[in-house]
Design a protein around this ligand. Structure first.
Ligand code: AMP
Ligand code: ZN
Length: 114
């Protein structure tokens, strides 16, 4: 997707603070952090959101969660806890149309979110 900012981050057109990368996913710090730890994990393949998950591409979701487990352990926030959020569509507050998982941690998070 040529006009997608996260695809541009993946192909290096837009810089990012990378935390982890492999052939399937990229993790990088959110530009507008809502917590001391706030990073995003995205598939390298453009998928709009969970609505586009199918039998053929669903493997990426379990891979994303394995990567989240590794990064949060490396950052030392797994025991204290953290939150994983993926926003879908207008009511979900999705502003970037490339599936992404927010990981928020490093402080006590309130529930429910706004
Ligand atoms: P959402 O509202 O769930 O679509 O979240 C999009 C997130 O992407 C927001 O938290 C933004 O701060 C973040 N974001 C937008 N542009 C960039 C960028 N260039 N680098 C890092 N994070 C970004
Ligand atoms: Zn994209």
């Amino acid at each position: 997707m040529s006009d997608c900012i996260f695809c541009k981050i993946i192909n290096g057109e837009i810089p990012s603070e990378k935390l982890y990368e492999d052939d399937k996913v990229l993790a990088f710090n959110d530009i507008n952090p809502e917590a001391p730890v706030h990073f995003l994990v995205i598939p390298k393949k453009h998928i709009k959101n969970i609505n586009e998950i199918t039998e053929e591409n669903s493997e990426i979701v379990s891979h994303v969660f394995k990567v989240i487990k590794k990064i949060t352990q490396d950052l030392g926030i797994s025991e204290d806890g953290y939150r994983v959020v993926t926003n879908i569509g207008q009511n979900g507050g999705q502003t970037v149309g490339h599936m992404h998982f927010h990981i928020l941690g490093g402080r006590n998070l309130v529930w429910p979110p706004g």
